[in-house]
Ligand binder design. Structure first.
Ligand SMILES: Cc1cc2nc3c(=O)[nH]c(=O)nc-3n(C[C@H](O)[C@H](O)[C@H](O)COP(=O)(O)O)c2cc1C
Length: 126
């Protein structure tokens, strides 16, 4: 494990703890599905208010179809707060949004065991 990888992990659901205090954390990860080409808007609002300055950050996200630029909003917030991005991990996630429901969804079976293991590896190697 890299020296910057946190020794302990605290999970915070920002929809349940919208006022969570992140000041005591050395490294902060943002995890989300992609909705309308961005991480969840609740996560963006949370980060805009509660992400402290000068932290190490990383992102993990799932999406229905790979397109670049999904992290634009969260990266802008992190940059504004002089945070350092350590990396990002992403993979497909089962998507039944809108018309995809009619065909049983896309990216069925994702994330796979391998993709989940990939996320764990990514985290450990941060
Ligand atoms: C309302 C909605 C909007 C979505 N918009 C996108 C999108 O713009 N691009 C994309 O690739 N996937 C999109 N998806 C698919 C999700 O990113 C994907 O299913 C993800 O794995 C969902 O994560 P979750 O199960 O944690 O919500 C959308 C899904 C929903 C429900």
């Amino acid at each position: 494990m890299n020296k910057s990888t946190p020794a302990s992990l605290t999970l915070i659901n920002v929809t349940e703890q919208p006022d969570a205090d992140l000041t005591s954390f050395d490294c902060i990860g943002f995890a989300s599905g992609i909705y309308f080409s961005s991480v969840a808007k609740q996560l963006l609002s949370f980060a805009d208010v509660h992400l402290p300055e000068n932290k190490d950050v990383f992102c993990i996200y799932t999406y229905g179809a790979p397109v670049s630029g999904f992290l634009k909003g969260i990266r802008e917030i992190a940059e504004k707060k002089h945070c350092r991005e350590l990396g990002a991990y992403h993979c497909l996630g089962f998507d039944t949004f809108g018309p995809f429901k009619l065909v049983g969804g896309i990216a069925k079976g994702h994330p796979t065991e391998e993709e989940i293991a990939g996320a764990t590896k990514f985290y450990r190697e941060l």
